[in-house]
Write a protein that binds this ligand. Structure first.
Ligand code: ATP
Ligand code: MG
Length: 395
């Protein structure tokens, strides 16, 4: 039996005259993601993307799982394909649905025919296929109002698609449709979630990580690279820049008041991130901050941090509880890596009583005590870059 994958668009359908641009980027991304799974024909028709295997070797299961992680797609389903003659449609339904609907208690059939020349009306097709299912799936019955499973019969362009069990897609907007953002990626739980959330809105994600070598180990750098790899399941490709801020931390410890350490370090992180964003044409910074989570995330602390850069700073976790952030981290598969106990540069020199209500004047006065420009330049000169990809041949 011929099987294909059908992907239903999400928000892309709301786009007006720009819609073709979004659609073409979505198709391009699906084609790039398809390459490890064999040869597929991928095209769109109305609000559906069709993914058709071109030979026996094509891995439909692998492609199906890959399609579920492509942003811009709201629903994914496998469908049996046959011609437009009613006897063949019945036969296909009889062969396909016993396994597709195994264990399902109730169903309803929804039929659509784009081709109005087809001899049966949509309700007649639905009744026919409903009858076939009742005769070949043991124990199943019809429930028009609250069916456990919607069975769909779509007749279009000379073919008939029969399917059930549509699953949710990744949602959001296609990657690469919303500019490029630089994610401040720590080894924690929140920042990978923040990156995922902005990628879901179509942003291409680039990342910057600050380490405090030799106070932080090679293993903590590897942990960040693993997080980037995990994010690649959704973001496809991430350039990860690593900057060593040890000299900044030592200067702050030597010259500044302890209660401001974290906030001062964050000033440098923002300045270094801005420099990196400008060099690599990123339009915004992204952090995993959540209001009130720690001393450096009070409204006063966030406003002094914001003042360090002219770029927009996106904080998609700002209104989320830790529990909500954790549940996204589990869903996207970063949680287990995030909780590995390796040190982060922020935890190397932690003030005992961090300031929770800093003012800009206080921060500026503290920054006067060090040569901020020279420290920034020196740290920036340590930058190294690695590119992580969903699979080695992704381009
Ligand atoms: P996370 O769980 O993401 O580590 P957190 O709750 O530990 O967040 P902070 O350590 O205050 O919070 O960091 C706030 C944000 O600043 C992080 O979400 C991240 O975006 C950025 N950040 C913190 N440390 C680093 C780092 N070492 N490298 C890059 N970005 C960092
Ligand atoms: Mg952190």
């Amino acid at each position: 039996m011929n099987e294909v994958i059908l992907c239903k668009y999400g928000e892309v359908v709301l786009k007006g005259t720009n819609r073709p641009v979004f659609e073409s980027l979505l198709l391009k991304e699906l084609r790039r993601r398809a390459s490890p799974y064999g040869i597929f024909k991928i095209y769109k028709s109305q609000s559906t993307v069709f993914i058709e295997p071109q030979n026996e070797e094509a891995d439909l299961d692998g492609m199906y799982d890959a399609a579920k992680r492509v942003f811009g797609i709201a629903g994914v389903t496998r469908a049996a394909v046959t011609g437009q003659d009613m006897e063949r449609i019945r036969e296909t339904a009889r062969a396909y649905f016993p396994t597709r609907l195994a264990g399902c208690r109730t169903f309803r059939v929804d039929a659509k025919r784009a081709d109005k020349a087809f001899p049966l009306t949509s309700p007649e097709i639905a009744a026919e296929i409903g009858g076939v299912i009742l005769s070949c799936v043991p124990g199943i019955r019809v429930d028009l109002h609250h069916p456990e499973e919607m069975v769909r019969v779509e007749i279009r362009e000379g073919k008939t698609y029969l399917h059930a069990g549509q699953e949710k897609g990744a949602g959001g907007m296609p990657l690469f449709t919303a500019g490029r953002g630089l994610l401040l990626l720590s080894g924690g739980i929140d920042s990978p979630v923040a990156g995922y959330m902005m990628a879901k809105r179509g942003m291409e994600i680039e990342a910057i990580h600050f380490d405090a070598f030799p106070y932080t180990s090679e293993r903590s750098r590897e942990k960040v690279m693993t997080l980037a790899d995990e994010l690649c399941a959704y973001c496809s490709r991430i350039h990860v820049h690593v900057v060593t801020v040890t000299a900044i931390q030592e200067a702050l410890r030597k010259h500044c008041q302890e209660e401001f350490y974290t906030l001062l370090l964050r000033q440098f992180m923002m300045k270094l991130s801005e420099k990196c964003a400008r060099q690599f044409s990123c339009h915004a910074l992204i952090t995993g901050e959540s209001l009130g989570q720690v001393a450096s995330q009070t409204i006063q602390a966030i406003s002094v941090t914001d003042a360090a850069t002219d770029l927009p700073v996106f904080r998609p976790c700002i209104g989320m509880d830790k529990e909500e952030i954790v549940s996204v981290a589990r869903k996207i598969g970063t949680f287990d890596t995030s909780v590995l106990p390796y040190e982060d540069c922020c935890t190397v020199f932690t003030p005992r009583h961090p300031k929770t209500r800093p003012t800009r004047e206080q921060i500026e006065a503290e920054l006067e005590k060090v040569d901020a420009e020279a420290l920034t330049e020196q740290a920036y000169s340590t930058m190294t870059t690695e590119t992580r990809r969903i699979f080695p041949t992704y381009r």
